[in-house]
Design a protein around this ligand. Structure first.
Ligand SMILES: Nc1ncnc2c1ncn2[C@@H]1O[C@H](COP(=O)(O)OP(=O)(O)OP(=O)(O)O)[C@@H](O)[C@H]1O
Ligand SMILES: [Mg+2]
Length: 252
């Protein structure tokens, strides 16, 4: 699974805010096409790690590389252009727009609309076509004209993934994609995430639903107090005594 130039490489990444050490010495590599789950207790630094990978936050030490290129100081839109996409821990769809309109807006940002006037849309691939394809990929084609606000939580999460796919990312970060999703919707959403990965994309996913996560990922990264405690196969991570202690709330 690992290749010479990993899709994502973090070297000794740290984040200090005021006196607080939010992240410390995080080093990890994620291979192209690999799927890595990120777990850890609340406040462990999982979302902060995603913020640093996506450029929402700049680390105070260490480097972030995408496909070998140092992007440590690069802004969010620069990283999006080299293939990084993410969803957020809280839902981020426009409730008043239809599902189709939400995805068209996302596609437009990639194809070249108001947000990137220097780019020309590719021939024969307009935002509406991209939106249709993306909604189909997540199984929401029948909801194209439904207002996003009335979709179930599970379908909203699928819509966010459709919006993500519309930007054609190679590396995707999913922050708690199952959060708030009813149990009846979980299996469908898991299938969408499985396909997202099966189509060759590199995926990092924070998820508290352990049985869902362990069944999906190649490896698991365990965060604890801002440090990377372990990164290994699901089986090895679950057998790791340090990880067991972290989850029992003992000091390690
Ligand atoms: N901008 C900030 N300024 C100060 N502290 C911050 C900032 N962002 C995050 N933190 C702190 O960093 C720590 C890690 O937060 P983070 O949101 O990354 O945790 P998490 O692992 O995603 O938790 P959860 O499982 O609850 O989503 C927390 O103690 C949080 O309060
Ligand atoms: Mg979080």
């Amino acid at each position: 699974m690992m290749v010479d130039r990993p899709a994502l490489q973090l070297d000794a990444v740290g984040l200090q805010i005021g006196g607080a050490r939010i992240l410390h010495d995080v080093t990890m590599q994620v291979g192209t096409g690999e799927m890595v789950g990120v777990i850890g207790p609340n406040g462990a630094g999982k979302t902060t790690l995603f913020n640093i990978i996506s450029g929402v936050m700049i680390p105070t030490s260490g480097t972030v590389r995408l496909a070998g290129d140092d992007v440590t100081g690069h802004k969010v839109h620069q990283r999006a252009r080299v293939g990084l996409g993410r969803t957020f821990q809280t839902s981020s769809v426009f409730a008043g727009l239809t599902a189709g309109e939400n995805v068209r807006l996302a596609a437009q940002s990639k194809l070249g609309g108001a947000t990137s006037p220097w780019r020309f849309p590719r021939q024969g691939d307009d935002a509406a076509q991209v939106a249709d394809r993306c909604l189909q990929e997540v199984g929401l084609a029948h909801h194209t004209d439904t207002a996003a606000g009335v979709l179930s939580h599970g379908d909203k999460r699928k819509l966010e993934i459709a919006m993500l796919i519309a930007t054609e990312p190679e590396v995707v970060l999913l922050d708690e994609p199952m959060a708030g999703v009813g149990s009846g919707d979980v299996a469908g959403l898991v299938e969408v995430i499985r396909r997202l990965h099966a189509s060759g994309r590199t995926v990092l996913m924070v998820e508290h639903h352990m049985e869902v996560l362990l069944g999906l990922v190649d490896r698991v990264a365990v965060m604890h107090h801002g440090e990377l405690l372990a990164i290994d196969t699901p089986k090895a991570v679950m057998a790791n005594p340090q990880v067991q202690k972290a989850y029992l709330g003992e000091t390690v």
